[in-house]
Design a protein around this ligand. Sequence first.
Ligand code: UDX
Ligand code: UDX
Ligand code: ADP
Length: 477
Amino acid sequence: MFKKVERVVCVGAGYVGGPTCAMIAHKCPGITVTVVDMNAAKIDEWNSDKLPIFEHGLDEIVFAARGKNLFFSSDIPKAIREADLIFISVNTPTKTYGRGKGMAPDLKYVESVARTIAQYAGGPKIVVEKSTVPVKAAESIGCILRDAQKNCPELKFQVLSNPEFLAEGTAMRDLANPDRVLIGGESSPEGALAVEALVTVYENWVPRERIITTNTWSSELSKLVANAFLAQRISSINAISAVCEATGADVSEVAHAVGCDTRIGNKFLKASVGFGGSCFQKDVLSLVYLCESLNLQKVADYWHGVIEINDWQRRRFADKIIAELFNTVTDKKIAVFGFAFKKDTGDTRESSAIHVSKHLMEEHARLAIYDPKVPKSQVLYELGLQTSPADVEKLVTVYNDPYEAAKDAHAIVVLTEWDEFTTFDFSRIHASMRHPAAIFDGRLILDQKALREIGFRTFAIGSAPDQAYNLFGTSGY
Ligand code: UDX
Ligand code: UDX
Ligand code: ADP
């Protein structure tokens, strides 16, 4: 009943849907890919010379395939009618209201797409959930679709789970060369056929042994668990960073020594001011909520610790800045270098920079923010949500030039690990600042020794402060 996949549609033209479909179109010239979104302005951007998201290598692929086998459209019903396979790739933010508020993912967008598919399908479709969803979401989608089937016998649906593991900033590389592709489906013969149809799409460029097929729930849960494990590694090393600061160990040396154990591995052990991004916090909270719903409170508490450490790390870093600036930042200009949640992206969702900035604003610091990719309007918008537009107006200035941002500042605070920060002329910057001038490196990218030689007071996450560590000193050890 499911023929070879020739027409793919993706509902949701965001960070996941856009790049994923561009890669499918690029690697599968025989497949026509249409990306639709209810946000017509976003579709216009995808059809323009300036794409709505920035990823290395994305422009080239989109510009080459667009109009040939890759299309961006607002006509959702038509696209659904014509599709063999439909990806659901809409946002699933943490709920801000009602049951599960602050914990559970909001599934209203996913459900609304399921209803739209039921309404316009007109024939057999493979429906693939790509958005990160709680375990058993495929069942809800299936339930809505099966209900439509009752009145319309020619409708046939199979729901698959195919979570995306791409990371922002390296999306095209991750998509072109994934560690694995995960596809979950029903174990019925029809389910197996649908799984095989999607496997065939990926086989155009992914070796078969890297395509894992599982039951639907394993696939859904694996996505949450993968992100929870990655976030947990960062919270683990960040927890250790506090121990290092208090004892004179150096967190980078510890991470290196620990990561050399092949059973542990060296990735995702970089101490930082805390993880951000649209996925980690949301997915860990979703896992916590799932465990609570299953009455597994111990498990819920265990994973909630990952979030608690992350919040604490941000707060701790802001407190350190205030303490080192003689316990007051009121009316002091502080240059913030980096606002994106990590380098090579303009995305600010859940960025630690937002939280550290907020803590400093609560102490009435005047922030001079520079980020090479994040637009001014976005910085102001994010901070406005956390504080108030009046405070933002009074306390925040966004600069296009890092040297201007640092001029007359008492301190520089590095919150994103942009490579260009390491190339700045810090002697020039130091000369233009108020003295004593301080640098707080929340990303461990700057050469502390070189900065100290210039005359900066320096503080970096996970190493003992400026002065040589003294076992009998005041560290409290
Ligand atoms: C451990 C460390 O591996 C070793 O590097 C250190 O020097 C001493 O402590 P050991 O206690 O001998 O070595 O055994 P290990 O193989 O690490 O197993 C420890 C326990 O964890 C065992 O009970 C083992 O059954 C259990 N385990 C290990 C699991 O339950 N699951 C796993 O995936 C691995
Ligand atoms: C993550 C997962 O990596 C990806 O597989 C999933 O599909 C989506 O969520 P992403 O959020 O884009 O991707 O970025 P990632 O590179 O994982 O970084 C997340 C956050 O952790 C960033 O704020 C980053 O700076 C921080 N981080 C990462 C650290 O603080 N230390 C590290 O060692 C690694
Ligand atoms: P992600 O990071 O998961 O890709 P984004 O927020 O970047 O999330 O993108 C999700 C996209 O899904 C948005 O562009 C949004 O407009 C779109 N979307 C949400 N609900 C629907 C819907 N019911 N129909 C079509 N598009 C939708």
